[in-house]
Design a protein around this ligand. Structure first.
Ligand code: NI
Length: 204
């Protein structure tokens, strides 16, 4: 059972309680370091919907594949929904030791023109990964000078609302078209709810 269906089932049992608890459970404020070496916080992204992925730039295959998928999802979302606001893609490293500001900046260029990669102190990274319940384990580090190791980590994308709150998550099995359509559905609902987008009536 995925966490998503778990939440859905729980909601049936105790609708009001789970709704509020579920929101408080994931994410929250953060302080990290931008690709220009400046301090950056969650507030810098308020006003935008955010698609967030945790990984490390030396990851041999999974992170590159996930980021290609992230790029494909954004491309599909934008092509199918020209009336909706663009989504900010974010990458947060779980390997701040090797993922310096310069390394993050160089890495982003391969995937999406708007992708931003954030790093931070080990403590800052520990806090945000805890907040999002991201698992990671640099089991391969043998000594201080060892720069050739792999970090085992959870593979999930998080979708955040315009005030930074967690809305949805996409595990590795989710393909780009599903991510695009689920994001679009949420964005559309929210903009329609507060009158920023006219409700569209489908005739077929
Ligand atoms: Ni990876």
């Amino acid at each position: 059972m995925t966490w998503y269906t778990y939440q859905k089932n729980e909601r049936k049992k105790a609708p009001s309680k789970v709704e509020s608890v579920g929101k408080a459970q994931l994410g929250g404020p953060f302080e990290l370091v931008s690709m220009t070496g400046e301090p950056v916080t969650d507030k810098d992204y308020h006003g935008k919907f955010v698609l967030l992925y945790f990984g490390f730039t030396y990851c041999p295959d999974i992170c590159p594949n996930e980021l290609l998928k992230l790029g494909a999802a954004l491309k599909a979302y934008e092509a199918e929904n020209p009336d909706l606001p663009k989504i900010q893609p974010l990458f947060i490293t779980v390997d701040p030791r090797r993922d310096t500001v310069a390394q993050c900046r160089a890495y982003c260029q391969d995937f999406h023109p708007r992708l931003q990669a954030l790093t931070g102190t080990p403590e800052q990274i520990a806090r945000i990964t805890r907040a999002y319940r991201v698992y990671f384990n640099d089991v391969g580090v043998r000594d201080e000078d060892d720069d050739d190791y792999v970090v085992d980590h959870s593979i999930v994308m998080y979708f955040l609302g315009e005030d930074g709150e967690f809305i949805d998550f996409f595990p590795q099995l989710c393909e780009a078209p599903e991510i695009a359509s689920r994001m679009a559905e949420t964005v559309r609902e929210r903009l329609e709810a507060d009158g920023r987008l006219k409700k569209q009536w489908s005739l077929w």
